[in-house]
Design a protein around this ligand. Structure first.
Ligand SMILES: [Zn+2]
Length: 86
């Protein structure tokens, strides 16, 4: 199945995070692979996106944009490490 890279999440996630979360380092709950969200394999088209781990293909996050809210399910991520400036 065709997919885009995790940069496809930048637009939808920018509505709920004020920083560029695609540069955050995520850890996959399935295999422990660590890497930037931009490295995820993103299936589907907005408003419903499914991002899978490039290592094990488990779902790391799903994002659905409704008319009044954004539903973000990140149960496939152990953690997110987000760079910030002082
Ligand atoms: Zn994985």
């Amino acid at each position: 199945m065709d997919y885009q890279d995790g940069n496809a999440l930048a637009g939808p996630l920018s509505e709920i995070f004020t920083l560029d979360v695609t540069v955050a380092q995520g850890t996959c709950a399935g295999c422990g692979l660590r890497g930037p969200l931009a490295g995820l394999h993103v299936y589907g088209a907005a408003p419903g996106l499914v991002a899978r781990c490039p290592g094990c293909e488990e779902v790391v996050l799903t994002l659905v944009r409704g008319p009044k809210d954004v539903w973000l399910d990140m149960r496939g991520a152990v953690s997110l490490r987000i760079p910030v400036t002082e």
